[in-house]
Design a protein around this ligand. Structure first.
Ligand code: MD6
Ligand code: FE
Length: 204
């Protein structure tokens, strides 16, 4: 039997109640009015199939100049909206009670969006985990190891699921193979929202 071990990966199925999911979607959509989602371009020049925005002091951004964190929305040039309090509480409980996240990447998936296998490695200190919250349509998530060539396994991320990449899994390769369109009615008009909380700047 080949079991892919990913020490430090934690999945908390249904961590957010349907009520909490509905409140959070409202908070996210309200903030996206001020910080509209845009289609990012990879450093290689390809448009991504997801659209993105950010909340918090820093936002992850990619364009022809590369991957980076920046403190302003690329189109509005305004600071990013604040991170909803419920997400800060989730981070304090599951990730780090002493050091808050300073970045929340918002990924929006339509029926054909996916995300290639990648590592999250633009943050200053990998001792802090990345905490992800999934809302709306179910996604087929793939996770492997620190090397791109390591074996991978496939996991469903459903609405309300929270997962953490911590410890040895912090630099695991992962991605979204596809979204199961129409599997949730949470988001008006359908689709999937993934929120990833990070500590991007050094602590203290
Ligand atoms: C997604 N998630 O679920 C993409 N990154 O749409 C990620 O890229 C991710 O789920 C770091 C930690 C957890 C994740
Ligand atoms: Fe990621």
């Amino acid at each position: 039997m080949s079991e892919v071990s990913t020490e430090g990966f934690r999945l908390l199925p249904g961590r957010l109640s349907p009520q909490a999911q509905a409140v959070l979607v409202g908070q996210v959509l309200a903030r996206l009015e001020a910080a509209p989602a845009y289609k990012p371009i990879t450093p290689g020049g390809k448009p991504m199939s997801v659209t993105m925005s950010n909340f918090g002091a820093l936002g992850w951004f990619t364009d022809a100049r590369g991957y980076r964190y920046q403190d302003r929305h690329p189109l509005t040039d305004e600071p990013w909206p604040d991170i909803p309090a419920t997400l800060l509480e989730l981070w304090a409980e599951l990730a780090d009670p002493a050091v808050p996240p300073d970045a929340c990447l918002v990924n929006l998936y339509g029926p054909d969006a996916k995300m290639g296998l990648h590592q999250d490695r633009d943050e200053a200190d990998f001792r802090f985990p990345v905490l992800s919250v999934s809302l709306g349509d179910t996604a087929i998530f793939r996770i492997g190891g620190a090397k791109r060539s390591d074996p991978t396994r496939s996991i469903r991320l459903s609405s309300g699921d929270v997962c953490l990449l911590a410890g040895p899994a912090r630099l695991a390769h992962h991605g979204i193979d596809r979204v199961i369109a129409g599997s949730s009615r949470l988001i008006p008009g359908g689709g999937r929202i993934n929120l990833t909380l990070r500590r991007a700047a050094p602590a203290g």
